[in-house]
Design a protein around this ligand. Sequence first.
Ligand SMILES: [Zn+2]
Ligand SMILES: [Zn+2]
Length: 320
Amino acid sequence: MNVTPFFENFIDAYIEQLSWYSAFAFPFFIIFWIVGKKYFKKIRIQETERAKLRHFKHDLGFSVVTFFVFAIMDVCILYLDSKGYTQVYFDISEYGYLWLGLSFFIVLFLDDMFFYWSHRAMHLPRFYKIFHKVHHESTDPSPLTAFAFHPTEAVVEYFVGFVLPFLLPLNFGVLITWQIFSMLNNVLGHLGYEVYPKGWVKFPLLKFKTASTHHNMHHQLFNGNYALYFTWWDKWMGTEFKDYETRHEQIFERKNSKKSTQDLHSLTVSERELFLIKEQTSENASQKAQVSAQVFGQSYEFDTEEGKTISLIRKNTQNL
Ligand SMILES: [Zn+2]
Ligand SMILES: [Zn+2]
């Protein structure tokens, strides 16, 4: 391979990757996390915001590295395509419309399956500490978290996109639609706000598409909800959080459970203790995630005298 065209192709690919990322992650970040923050508070998945500036910087930094890796892989695909090794085609009539539609769903199914199993592998202690911890730095994820990976994990993330054009005849339009679907899904999964409507998790067919709460719970609680696009692998393998549906539904019922600190006296002793635990652990993400895992379930909000809102999630207070 001649070095100059490789370098030029790499620059083009890198700019393209960063443009895709900017087109999806930044508008959602600006709308939900900056401009419309107050307006969208009612659909915030984690009521207590723990994302700090250092998390945004961390996620942005690793995302830039991720797209560097993706661009290198893009250049390899382009080079092999120029040698006639891929099965990418442009004329739909070559394989017909039936294959065009079918191939899109096959691609999504394979991508989702690979992601589920590779993601579970990434949670094995030896891989987690070295690679996947980078992505889990944000336990309260934002759109900037969507592509924050260790460079090695970035290769794994792009693996299906890298090999499928060699294995299946894929129309260029299918590849672009897959790219858009994947980007949008990833950003919504890390949005921090629930944009899928009330009832989504119970509706017959729609419930198989992951709502934003699905992956958000994975960032908060770690060992469950591993899937990317669809809920079926987690349902089949018993790794879906038991409270996933309840948690999604509760987001739309919060106004009924809002209490003031004046109501604290009506709580039982153990509930007061839990309230204090939440307060004490607010700066310790892992400890807090542990507490949340134990008490996960019903949620309350308390408005303090200073006008600050503190959220409390409770279920089994006797476990604390
Ligand atoms: Zn994970
Ligand atoms: Zn994630």
